[in-house]
Design a binder for this molecule. Structure first.
Ligand SMILES: [Zn+2]
Length: 139
């Protein structure tokens, strides 16, 4: 028998079982409990009202990392600053926005995504200053 999975926590449910559901991005999403549904709603509301931060964070982060390659040619200092800031900003963005669409569910439950994103983002944020060590090593 095919089983449904809670979008938020990944708990398996018997198909057709009493479910809490919501429609996000035209996708019907089911949760195992009212608690999961509430957390899911809270997360997507947060994402909706902060989408501009997600977009700018990712654009700034990725552009800086990309540009740092060219900046390094001009100046090692500029290049390092660009990498460090870009790295940190990308980490910060990942930390706060593990998933912005419901497509994320194809990978893993949202709760798990959030946990992984928090760890990845945190590591990126704390390692960002390490790029300055590179500066000391090469100069
Ligand atoms: Zn659940």
């Amino acid at each position: 028998m095919k089983k449904d999975k809670c979008f938020y926590c990944g708990e398996k449910m018997q198909k057709g079982e009493n479910k809490h559901s919501v429609t996000i991005d035209f996708k019907h999403i089911i949760c195992c409990s009212a608690k999961c549904l509430l957390l899911l709603n809270e997360y997507f509301e947060f994402v909706q009202s902060n989408k501009k931060w997600w977009v700018s964070g990712l654009v700034v982060g990725v552009v800086l990392i990309f540009l740092s390659g060219f900046l390094f040619i001009a100046s090692v200092v500029f290049g390092t600053v660009a990498v460090a800031v870009g790295w940190g900003v990308t980490g910060l963005t990942v930390y706060f926005f593990p998933a912005i669409t419901t497509q994320a569910n194809f990978l893993m439950p949202l709760r798990k995504m959030k946990k992984i994103a928090k760890i990845t983002g945190f590591i990126m944020m704390v390692t960002a200053p390490l790029w300055f060590l590179v500066l000391f090593i090469v100069t």
